[in-house]
Design a protein around this ligand. Sequence first.
Ligand code: GDP
Ligand code: MN
Length: 378
Amino acid sequence: MIVPEDQAKRLVARCGLQTPPGRVAQMPDEAAAIAHELGGVSVVKALIPVGGRGKAGGVKVCGSVEAVRDAARALLGHELLGHPVTRVLVEKAMPIAQEIYAGVVANSATGMIDLMVSFSGGVEIESTAQHDRKAILRMAVEPGSVLPVHRVYSWLRQANVERVDLAALADVLVKLYRASADLDAILLEINPLAIIQDGSLVLLDCKLEVDDNGLIRQPGLAELYQASLSPRERRARELGVSFVPLDGDIGVIASGAGLGMATLDLLKQKGLSPADFLDTGGGISEPLVKGALELIMEPQEVRAAIINLYGGINRMLEASKGIVAALKNIRGNRPIVIKILGNQQEEAWAMLEREPNVHVIRVVQTEAAVAKLAELVK
Ligand code: GDP
Ligand code: MN
């Protein structure tokens, strides 16, 4: 999950890092009131979950309360970089002397935590990296290890920079490293980390992406995560199934990610495009399968579905009862191809074959089920 900038700043500020004072507004007048409290000169930022807002006009430095109201009016209710802007962050404008890039990234290839710094911050780091690889300093840290400030300080000293207090920067980086560990962050990126005119280091932007699996340990974030889910994703969570929204028109239910991936691949080979994919996991029960099928067939754009279950010792008659119960609530004559294997498969097949729109495949090969589906929808 990407944590919205305002929340991300609040979380890192708790770790002793400095962020500009400010608050979120949803209305132009509210933005103006915040700017008034902050003393006028403010920055209005569109809260959308992507970077590059500066260049796209989503960050406006305003010299007066009136200018803040206008900037908020220009952003709120409009779309920016493909995202609707419903909230803006109004912050006290900082007198920037220099912009630095600082990042703490979980490197999945090496299993290490990469600390990154560039003294040409502010711009997109990808373009800096392309033009000049040496412009970015990198240090790999063993996850979970203690990172002493002096180690970061001596690493920073390889950079030939003047007018930067490297000891203060090392202190900020260690705090960022700790914050990222505490928050189960996959990515914590500060761009820019500003050196302001009095010499202090302030986090002007904060991009925080956290591991969804760690959310349970983060009381503040768990709620945020719930709120970030679509109603269908939330229902999938309540059912205890994993749900991957895709944008095609064939619904897919499988028991297990491996079987699911194989099914998706075969569909694509036949020129069919998967709508949503739902993985029931191993615990197949009547209510779970009923809920899963209802969820997958809910959008009317889904014109057919494939159910691919391998139950092993699970009673597949339960699964078929769940399917029959769901079919009572599903609208439209949309074909559903079902391949069910496991304990009581014969009874399950017999029950399902009585249903209209259902096509039971009695063989092991998923190819056969996909071929049947292709024939039905073409
Ligand atoms: P991004 O483009 O989506 O990454 O948005 P940022 O929050 O990083 O803002 C983009 C740019 O706006 C920064 O690189 C700064 O140059 C500028 N900016 C952001 N906050 C302030 C501020 O408090 N004061 C001033 N003067 N400029 C700011
Ligand atoms: Mn930025």
